[in-house]
Design a protein around this ligand. Sequence first.
Ligand code: UDP
Ligand code: MG
Length: 340
Amino acid sequence: MANDHPIISIVVPCYNEQENVRAMIDRLRGVLEPITRDYEIIFINDGSADATSDRVSAAHGEDGRVKLIELSRNFGHQLALMAGLDVASGDAVITIDADLQHPPELIPEMLARWQDGDDVVHAVRQRSGGGGIQRLTSRMSYRLLRSLCEVDILPNAADFRLLDRRVVQVMRQLRERFRFDRGLVRWLGFRQGQVAYQEDLRLGGRPAYRWSQRVRLLGNAVFSLSSRPLSLVGVLGLFVSLGAAAYLVFVLATRLLAPDRFGVQSGWASTMAMILLFGGVQLVAIWLLGQYVGRTYEETKQRPPYVIARGLGLEGPGIPRTTRPRLEIPGNLLPPSRQV
Ligand code: UDP
Ligand code: MG
């Protein structure tokens, strides 16, 4: 190889994907080999409880271009992607899901666009392969995101995209842990293009994302990309205050000027209704504030966003040594249960 780094890096985050690793490698090979042999496929094992890691290790044994980064536990898809971008050294880096919902056959077209000068190529889903409810919630989420965020998020873009090396270098500087890469990449600028694809059904295994994770991701997307919700609460507060002031003037005026005509209610029910309403509004506002404060607190701890337990085929400052020196520990120093 002429370069010390490959031309193409493929980054595949995996959480319990043992059934898909082999098929993924085969289909990636099918599209990459005719283009170049100078590529690497990096699997990021995000704390899988199954044999994902063994499958990748076996593939690495056969072909050194298949590489592995093993995180020390489950950190979530977005942080697994972050780990992948941190270690991928290709001139173009492509992130793709392990479950083959993102067809690798789209990669040649993405590469062609990159060759034409695009720095980022998004794969945009034409029709979701998920169920009706999932499709609906995903469409609603995009609506919500686009209306709340200052970033122009592409509807139906996936975490299937090509990034030029320059863009990867900038992405590496964004160390935030509450992240939504689909928005962050848009925020970066550069020349961004897109290609459409038809989403396939998941090949094997179950969707790794639980509903709670989806909700959290949506929260991260909104709160990490925008502080507009805070302004909206401000506007709400202003309207409520103005309404209350107007009502107060009305109450006082009727009391003073025409106490019998309007018969202003001063009953228990209306008072309770008001207290509960405003109590609820205030709690929501505090919750919203808490979303920002909590994230700020987490970020100020400056913990590493993810932890690498070991790497295969990759070395670097963040990737720890995994071989241990052998020690002969005399049997009589060990508890009886060990002295067979
Ligand atoms: N994933 C991950 N860590 C997680 C959850 C998911 O690395 O905690 C990976 C998963 O293995 C897959 C990708 O992220 O490659 C997308 O996950 P999934 O297919 O469950 O999401 P969906 O396609 O339903 O959006
Ligand atoms: Mg999937």
